[in-house]
Design a protein around this ligand. Structure first.
Ligand code: FMN
Length: 221
C-alpha cells in the first residue's frame, strides 16, 4: 500500500494525539501517549522530553509504532503506566532487522516509523531545565484496520467545551462566568497551538461574540 497519511485523516502541519508502542532491548513492550505532528504524507515529527521509556527505546532501536485510537482506557493505561501485553500484538519490521515491534490490537490504524534524525537540546524554563528530543521519522508501513479511523486532535474537544460554556454563559452567576472565561482562554490557547483553520476561525467567531456581549476576554493577548 502506498504510504499516505491523509488516508487515515492525518494532514500536513496538524498535530494528533497518538499512542506510541516500542520494545526495549530485553523484549519488553511499552506504550505511552504523545502529540505527533505530520510533516507530509509519509513523515512525522515528535518532541519528547528526556527520561521516559519511549525515548530510551526509540534511541536504542530507531523504530516505533504509532497507534491511532480513540479508546479512553488505552490512553489512560498508557499514561498511568503502560498497556498490558494482552492488548498488544507483535510483528516484525520487514524493512529493518531490529526484531519485534508491537501494536495495539484494537487500534483503528497503526503505522511503523523509522527514525531519520534525532536532535537533543536543553529546554530552559522558569521551573526546571530538561533535555528535549526532536525526532523526524519516516512512515515505512501503514495499516488501516477501521475505514472510519479518525485521529484524535485536542482542538476539537477544546472548541466543543468552549461552545458548551458559551451556550450557558448568560444563565450562570458572575463567579461561573469568570470560570468560563478562564476556560475559554485555555481553549483558545490550545486551538491556536494545534487547531486547523476551521477550528481557529470558530474560536475567533466565539471570541467576537463574547466581546460584543461585553465580556472581557483580552487578558491573554
Ligand atoms: C495526550 C498526551 C500527549 C502527550 N504528549 C507528549 C509529547 O508530545 N511529548 C512528551 O514528551 N510527553 C508527552 N506526554 C507525556 C508522556 O506521555 C508521559 O511523559 C509518559 O509518562 C511517558 O511514558 P514513557 O516513560 O512510557 O515513555 C503526553 C501525555 C498525554 C496524556
Amino acid at each position: 500500500m502506498e504510504i499516505d497519511l491523509t488516508k487515515i485523516g492525518m494532514y500536513e502541519d496538524q498535530q494528533y494525539e497518538v499512542i506510541i508502542t516500542t520494545i526495549d532491548k530485553n523484549g519488553n513492550s511499552n506504550a505511552a501517549p504523545f502529540g505527533l505532528r505530520v510533516l507530509n504524507d509519509n513523515e512525522v515529527f515528535l518532541r519528547i522530553f528526556e527520561g521516559g521509556n519511549t525515548i530510551k527505546n526509540i534511541k536504542d532501536k530507531e523504530e516505533f509504532i504509532v497507534n491511532i485510537t480513540a479508546d479512553p482506557l488505552m490512553f489512560t493505561l498508557a499514561t498511568t503506566n503502560t498497556i498490558p501485553d494482552d492488548y498488544l500484538s507483535r510483528i516484525s519490521n520487514k524493512t529493518k532487522s531490529n526484531g519485534e515491534l508491537a501494536y495495539l490490537t484494537d487500534a483503528d490504524a497503526y503505522f511503523i516509523c523509522e527514525v531519520k534524525s534525532l536532535k537533543t537540546s536543553l529546554r530552559e524554563d522558569d521551573i526546571k531545565s530538561s533535555d528535549v528530543n526532536f525526532i523526524k521519522s519516516e512512515v515505512v508501513e501503514l495499516n488501516i484496520k477501521n475505514k472510519c479511523v479518525k485521529p484524535l486532535n485536542r482542538a476539537i474537544h477544546a472548541l466543543i467545551e468552549a461552545l458548551v460554556n458559551y451556550s450557558r454563559i448568560n444563565i450562570v452567576d458572575e463567579d461561573a462566568q469568570k470560570y468560563f472565561l478562564e476556560r475559554f482562554r485555555e481553549s483558545e490557547r490550545i486551538i491556536k497551538r494545534v487547531g486547523n483553520d476551521e477550528e481557529k476561525e470558530s474560536i475567533q467567531i466565539l471570541k467576537e461574540n463574547l466581546i460584543s456581549q461585553g465580556f472581557n476576554i483580552l487578558e491573554n493577548e
